[in-house]
Design a protein around this ligand. Sequence first.
Ligand SMILES: Nc1ncnc2c1ncn2[C@@H]1O[C@H](COP(=O)(O)OP(=O)(O)O)[C@@H](O)[C@H]1O
Ligand SMILES: [Mg+2]
Length: 366
Amino acid sequence: MPSTPSLNDLRQQQQLAFLAQKTELRIGHAHACPLPPEHLAELDEHASEVTAVLESGLTARVFQLKLAGADYALKKARPNCLVQNLDGQTSFLNELQRRAEIDALRQRHGGFSGIVPTLYGSLAQGIILSPWLSGGTLQDWDERKLIQLFASGAELCRHGLFEWDFCPGNLIDDGRQLWLFDFGYMYRFDPLTQFNSAGQGNDVPEHHLAERIETRAYFAWLLEQEQTRGQDSALAAFRLEKEIAIEAYRKLRLELGADGANGDVLGWLDGLGQQWRQALRGDGEALYWQEGWRSHRLDLDDDIRGQTCTPRTLARCDWMLNALQGNFDALRSSGALAHETIRPERGALLDHYRRLRSQAEDFQIA
Ligand SMILES: Nc1ncnc2c1ncn2[C@@H]1O[C@H](COP(=O)(O)OP(=O)(O)O)[C@@H](O)[C@H]1O
Ligand SMILES: [Mg+2]
């Protein structure tokens, strides 16, 4: 019997079919554009309106534009996405679809105050225009930024939008508000019956909002904190983030309960909150090992699959190798190694992660 396709398979099939038909998908109106869309689509780095070009994105190039005194971000799809897989090829369409949905939700319910609005977007023209967000991508974390990111992430989850990539390059903080603006890897799921958009929606409970924030961003920063400010400081920052996560999940659980979520979803959220509260009653160190290992392992896996490794990927490998060498017992007793597919023995794990590290060296992106 053929196996049931995953939510990802179904989405990819639909998106590839949509792309093959060359159907247009447009957001907003040409008359609301500060320049005619045809003109926007033709702008390049030499145009007088362009004040900066950001080449850091893998799906798109982003131009900062100054038009009639206001700043805009013009995202132009790269002809060939630099992420070498189907999710990369569908990411620009995916971003337009999610932006259309978020704008519709915003009109209906309000909210989404940490999510950039879309002024204009077109699949055929390969452009998305948003207001320019000042402040630059995220360098450092504090309580406000964590609270705002968890609030935006939970708001999206509540409406069935699961964001996978909270990497620092996808977060901008203007000093008052932390903003989300890249929706290339945000996928739909049913928040009343499913945990996320992985697998069939309810068979990979390992992925959730706090996990994504920790995996894509927070543990890489905690790794730097360990190196620059020491283990105690990293642990304190971890406890703060978990307290914020507990509160965000408590609120999300109440909202989803009121919306009619089933017992699996509510029990899963309750269970995570209980596990964290329990750990924080003690020193929280076992949870730090567990979530840290999980975060570095998953992020390494993402980077190797997408062949998008960076020096940070290598630093994560080194963290894992150091942990295996110096803190193997703590790692094992925390339960961190429970998801390893190879024998959870020090020697076997060291060999495995050394091999992955050398792959990560080969896959460094230019
Ligand atoms: N609205 C915006 N305001 C300011 N900077 C932006 C905006 N949108 C994107 N950027 C910048 O452009 C970079 C790439 O944009 P992003 O949407 O993440 O593209 P990609 O999908 O290719 O990763 C971001 O890391 C950020 O620095
Ligand atoms: Mg991005």
